[in-house]
Design a binder for this molecule. Structure first.
Ligand code: CMP
Length: 144
């Protein structure tokens, strides 16, 4: 098993409902560490670029509206098997289908307002981390 990094976003509903600590607690209890974090209000062009892969989907405009409706917390999580672990902790995209105990099942309101985003592969994680952070923003938290 290798140490991986993945991108996590706490979406506007997670911020407005004051769930930052609850969500990060989930990650930390599972052994993931936050190695970079920044609160951002995404602009429309930025949100459109981030979700470009979905641009032809019927929900794209609404997704961009939602992701630009308030601040988000973008984070880099590090840990063994971090990409898969983060997705397991988030649960399925649709909170109604997410397993009990997952972040989306606990707090997600709908398939769109599903509280968190997480990279879906190691390659996507590299691209998504690079989208928001430079090397200087990511801290080395390996024990001395
Ligand atoms: P996320 O993991 O951030 O990736 C794409 C996002 O699009 C997803 O979470 C949801 O917020 C949203 N999404 C995916 N499928 C749908 C859908 N069928 N209807 C509305 N929003 C969706």
């Amino acid at each position: 098993m290798t140490l991986e990094r993945t991108l996590s976003i706490i979406k506007p509903d997670g911020i407005s409902r004051n769930l930052i600590g609850a969500v990060i607690g989930h990650f930390e209890r599972a052994g993931l560490r936050v190695v970079a974090a920044r609160m951002r209000r995404l602009g429309r062009p930025e949100a459109e670029r981030f979700y470009a892969v979905h641009h032809s989907r019927p929900f794209f405009a609404s997704l961009v509206d939602y992701m630009t409706s308030g601040p988000v917390l973008v984070q880099v999580l590090e840990g063994e098997d971090a990409v898969r672990k983060n997705r397991e902790l988030m649960g399925a995209t649709d909170p109604a289908r997410a397993a009990p105990g997952t972040i989306r099942r606990e707090w997600g309101e709908s398939i769109e307002r599903n509280l968190v985003h997480g990279s879906d592969s190691l390659e996507t994680a590299r691209e998504e981390i690079h989208f928001f952070f430079g090397a200087i923003d990511v801290c080395d938290r390996t024990d001395p």
